[in-house]
Design a protein around this ligand. Structure first.
Ligand code: ZN
Length: 160
């Protein structure tokens, strides 16, 4: 595995069956981690069709971590009924640190889906809005979210 892509599900606060097919790990609003249908290793080779399809144009070698929520999000003025919660976000940072350590993935290779789309404009990930806004940290601008997340992951990595 060579990278982690962080998403939100654009659904409710707990994972549904479809969510579980698309992400390796899902974090609910109470900070609990749920395993998806596929293991990260299933994404080492996506040619067999048995893998978690979470990042168009970038699934191979990529672990998909999703926070459950953000259905109805249309911008910082309207985060919808299922905003990412503080405990959920902390759990995401912690999980990503554990995964970086386990799979020897440098924190520099942890991206939001939004960032991946920006860097790969020829893929279907282009234009994805996860993650352009963190409800617990409303002052973090959309192009700062990825760096903010990586710094938090580094903090956890120092502790484990
Ligand atoms: Zn996504």
């Amino acid at each position: 595995m060579n990278k982690i892509i962080i998403h939100w599900t654009a659904g409710a606060h707990t994972p549904n069956a479809v969510d579980k097919e698309h992400y390796h790990y899902l974090i609910d609003s109470e900070g609990r981690t749920h395993e998806g249908k596929y293991k990260p290793e299933d994404n080492e080779n996506c040619a067999d069709g048995r893998y978690a399809a979470h990042t168009g144009g970038g699934n191979t070698g990529a672990i998909g971590v999703a926070m459950c929520g953000m259905f109805g999000f249309t911008g910082s003025e309207n985060v919808g009924a299922y905003p990412i919660t503080p405990v959920q976000l902390e759990a995401c940072f912690h999980l990503c640190a554990e995964l970086c350590k386990k799979y020897k993935i440098p924190v520099e290779n942890v991206w939001t889906h939004y960032e991946f789309g920006l860097n790969h404009p020829d893929t279907t990930s282009h234009g994805k809005i996860d993650i352009i806004y963190l409800p617990p940290y409303p002052d973090v601008k959309r192009n700062e979210v990825g760096g903010f997340i990586r710094n938090k992951i580094r903090w956890y990595l120092d502790k484990i």
